[in-house]
Design a protein around this ligand. Structure first.
Ligand code: F6P
Length: 319
C-alpha cells in the first residue's frame, strides 16, 4: 500500500474530521501517502484530489463538518461517471480507499470493490441507521445538540403551559428521536418504527395535565410525520396551545462530542491498518468499547433491529 485515498460522502456528520485526521496521520506514520478526495464520489468523478500532509489535518479534530467537503453524486452512480472515477483512481495512484459516510456511501464503496478497488468504510451519519453497528459517527453529537434545544423549548413550554412538538432528523430511522426522548424526558416520541394513534397522543397530553404537568414535549422523527400538521391536529383535539419546531441542520453541525472524536480517531487508524494488511471490502463498526470490521456486502444486507427496550422505557418513564 503506497497511497490511500480518503473521502467523505452523503450528509456530513460531526466527527468526520477526526476520522480524516486519523487516516492521514496514521498512514503517514506508516510511510503511506494520502490523497484527500474533495466532495465525496463527485471528487472521484472529477479527479479532484489533493495530497495530504501532517499539517493538512492540523486543528480540525474539534471541528464539525468535513474539511474534504461532501456531496451526493448522481454522476458516480451512472456508468460514465463510474468509469471516470475508476480512471481517476488509477491516475491519482490510489491503492486503497477509505470512504466515510452512510449507506449510500457504502453502496458506492461496494461497487468500487467489485471493480477491484480495495475499500474500507467508516460509518459516518447522524442518523444511526446502519444496522450492523451499534453507533455511527456523529450520532451522539447530534443527540446532544437535540437535547440542548429540547431543554430550551421545555422552559418556554412550561412557562406557557403548552405542548411542543420537536421534529428531529434521522431519515427513516427513529433513533435520534428515541434516544432524545429518553434522555430529554419527553412525554412522547413518535418514530417511524412504531405506528402511532393521534388520539392516544392527545389522551396522554390530557392525562399529564390532569395530574398537574405544565408542559408536554413530543419528539417527532422526520420519517414519522410532519410537525406542523401533527401540532395543528393536537391543538384542535386537546384545546391546548401547541407549537412546533423543526431542528433541521443544527443537528448536523457543531463541535463533535468526545465519543465521536474517539471513535472517529480509532476507526480512521483502523481503516489504514486494514488496508495496509491487504484486508479490504469491509466496514468498521462500534460495539460497546470495541471497534470491529465486517464484510461490506453482509453489512449492507442486514436489517436494523428496533430498540424496543428503549422505546418501552421511554414510555414508562414519561407517565
Ligand atoms: O442523513 C443525514 C440527514 O441529515 C438526514 O437526517 C436528513 O433526512 C438528510 O440527511 C437531509 O439531507 P440533505 O442534506 O440532502 O438535505
Amino acid at each position: 500500500m503506497k497511497k490511500i485515498g480518503v473521502l467523505t460522502s452523503g450528509g456530513d456528520a460531526p466527527g468526520m474530521n477526526a476520522a480524516i485526521r486519523a487516516v492521514v496521520r496514521f498512514a503517514i506514520f506508516n510511510n503511506i501517502n494520502v490523497v484527500g478526495i474533495k466532495n465525496g464520489f463527485r471528487g472521484l468523478v472529477e479527479g479532484d484530489g489533493i495530497e495530504m500532509n501532517l499539517s493538512s489535518v492540523a486543528d480540525i479534530i474539534h471541528r464539525g463538518g468535513t474539511v474534504l467537503g461532501s456531496a451526493r453524486s448522481k454522476e458516480f452512480q451512472q456508468e460514465d461517471g463510474f468509469k471516470k472515477a475508476l480512471n481517476n483512481i488509477k491516475y491519482l495512484g490510489i491503492d486503497g480507499l477509505v470512504t466515510i459516510g452512510g449507506d449510500g456511501t457504502f453502496k458506492g464503496a461496494l461497487e468500487l470493490g467489485k471493480a477491484g478497488v480495495p475499500t474500507i468504510g467508516i460509518p459516518g451519519t447522524i442518523d444511526n441507521d446502519l444496522p450492523y453497528t451499534q453507533y455511527t459517527l456523529g450520532f451522539f453529537t447530534a443527540l446532544t445538540t437535540v437535547l440542548e434545544s429540547v431543554e430550551k423549548i421545555r422552559d418556554t413550554s412550561s412557562s406557557h403551559g403548552r405542548t411542543n412538538v420537536i421534529q428531529v432528523m434521522g431519515r427513516n430511522c427513529g433513533d435520534i428521536a428515541l434516544y432524545a426522548g429518553l434522555a430529554g424526558g419527553a412525554e412522547m416520541v413518535i418514530i417511524p418504527e412504531v405506528e402511532y394513534n393521534i388520539d392516544e397522543v392527545c389522551d396522554k397530553i390530557m392525562q399529564g395535565r390532569a395530574r398537574g404537568k405544565k408542559h408536554s414535549i413530543i419528539i417527532l422523527a422526520e420519517g414519522a410525520g410532519d410537525a406542523k400538521n401533527i401540532s395543528e391536529i393536537i391543538e384542535k383535539k386537546t384545546g391546548v396551545g401547541t407549537r412546533y419546531s423543526v431542528l433541521g441542520y443544527t443537528q448536523r453541525g457543531g463541535t463533535p462530542s468526545a465519543f465521536d472524536r474517539l471513535i472517529g480517531s480509532q476507526m480512521g487508524a483502523k481503516a489504514v491498518e486494514l488496508l495496509n494488511n491487504s484486508i479490504s471490502n469491509r466496514v468498521l463498526g462500534v460495539n460497546g468499547n470495541e471497534i470491529f470490521h465486517m464484510d461490506i456486502t453482509e453489512a449492507l444486507s442486514m436489517k436494523k433491529q428496533f430498540d424496543e427496550n428503549t422505546y418501552e422505557l421511554t414510555k414508562i418513564l414519561s407517565i
